[in-house]
Design a protein around this ligand. Structure first.
Ligand code: IPM
Ligand code: MN
Length: 397
């Protein structure tokens, strides 16, 4: 296979710290497997905006669209970094790519590794056993309540004139009004719900009963958009009658998610609900330090930890790099599947094993998992184990 071209977008804060660990993992893979990468590190984000007046260098969107086989993002967000238009500086990067490359499925796996201790009550506890949490939340990623900002970010990333939706007048809605319409379309819903069903077919079912299940989470008792989303969910469910389905309103879902995580296999939900529910769900797997994600479209994909830029922790060698390293794993998995590259799939599996080993071993972990090691040490531990696994697999001395 020719080398894969990667766009590496460290972004802000701890995004930069964990990107260093991701690059270490890529170094190990290159030295011990047939995989090769052309890496293009693109400076970007809110801090970059404050320093240079631009969210990323001109041509970056086009590079991601036309040259990169995959995109890896650290995190976006820096204190007081707002564009002249009053939007999140760096939005062009994260939201411009999600919208501009039509990355409609935001895939957020929530799986509890063996040995992880929770901090649900403020103390470290073993609340669930590791086989009770294994679900994937699929968050719609290109419309819903993010529509206005996604559209402003995509317009900007691609150099188009901004196109604002108009506010409506209504008695009682007076004075200064800020307006975020929440469009949900048939096309946008169909593709992400189909994605959820197709993913469910490749998984092992819900931990509670082994049933392959897709759960629709919405607020269809209140909003028209969610009614459409739920209607389309049932249409697609009918065509996949071998898969068991259920549905929940987002408010009740947050309760069930915490109380009975073992009942969920694949969950599909509109954009903002997915944003909120996945931060909550990360606690089930040991916190944001472990939460990896993929933004997937039909032709492009971007991979990133779910956590933000956490400016106050940046540069302190504190952050857990596992969410980012597992995002690299998701990237290799996706490349393996879409390019038909068995080495990518194999290396993704070995990386997953190295992560699981480091966690269950328990000696080298960051503070969020009850350990006292730094970002670098955890990255090194994973790299050391990965090196061993790759050597065994490829029999390289
Ligand atoms: C996420 C983040 C982003 C979002 C922010 C940084 C715009 O919270 O990926 O979940 O809201 O989608
Ligand atoms: Mn979020």
């Amino acid at each position: 296979m020719p080398p894969y071209t990667l766009a590496l977008l460290p972004g802000d804060g701890i995004g930069r710290d964990v990107m260093i660990e991701a690059e270490k993992v890529l170094d190990v893979i290159e030295s011990k497997s047939p995989l090769r990468f052309n890496r293009n590190v693109i400076p970007c984000g809110g801090k970059h905006y404050l320093e240079t007046g631009e969210e990323w260098p001109q041509g970056s969107f086009e590079f991601c669209r036309d040259e990169a086989d995959a995109i890896l993002l650290g995190a976006i967000g820096w204190p007081n970094a707002m564009t002249d238009e009053g939007d999140l500086a760096g939005g062009q990067v994260i939201l411009g790519l999600r919208s501009g490359l039509d990355l409609y499925a935001n895939v957020r796996p929530i799986r509890l590794y063996e040995g992880v201790r929770h901090k649900i009550h403020g103390e470290f506890n073993q609340v669930w056993d590791s086989d009770s949490v294994d679900m994937v939340i699929i968050r719609e990623n290109t419309e819903g309540l993010y529509h206005s900002l996604l559209r402003r970010s995509a317009d900007k990333a691609q150099g188009r004139a901004p196109s604002e939706p108009e506010a409506i007048q209504f008695p009682g809605l007076e004075g200064e009004i800020a307006w975020d319409p929440r469009p949900i379309s048939r096309v946008g819903s169909e593709r992400v719900i189909r994605f959820a069903f197709n993913l469910a077919k490749r998984r092992n079912g819900a931990p509670a009963d082994g049933a392959t299940r897709v759960t629709c989470v919405d607020k269809s008792n209140v909003t028209r958009g969610c009614q459409l989303f739920r209607k389309i969910f049932h249409e697609i469910a009918e065509k996949n009658s071998e898969i068991s389905v259920n549905s929940a309103y987002i408010d009740a879902f947050t309760m069930w998610l915490v109380r009975n995580p073992e009942e969920f296999d694949v969950v599909v939900t509109p954009n903002m609900f997915g944003d909120i529910a996945t931060d909550l769900a990360s606690v089930l797997q040991g916190g944001m330090g472990l939460a990896a994600s993929a933004n997937i479209g039909d032709t492009h994909a971007m991979f990133e930890p779910v956590h933000g830029s956490a400016p106050k922790y940046s540069g302190q060698n504190k952050t857990n790099p596992i969410a980012m390293i597992s995002s690299v794993g998701m990237m290799l998995d996706w490349l393996g599947e879409t390019k038909g590259d068995a080495d990518c799939s194999q290396v993704a599996n070995l990386l997953e094993t190295a992560v699981a080993h480091t966690i269950s071993n328990g000696n080298i972990l960051t503070y969020d998992l009850g350990g006292s090691s730094g970002t670098t040490e955890v990255g090194d531990a994973i790299c050391t184990h990965l090196t061993k696994l790759l050597k065994e697999h490829y029999a390289v001395a």
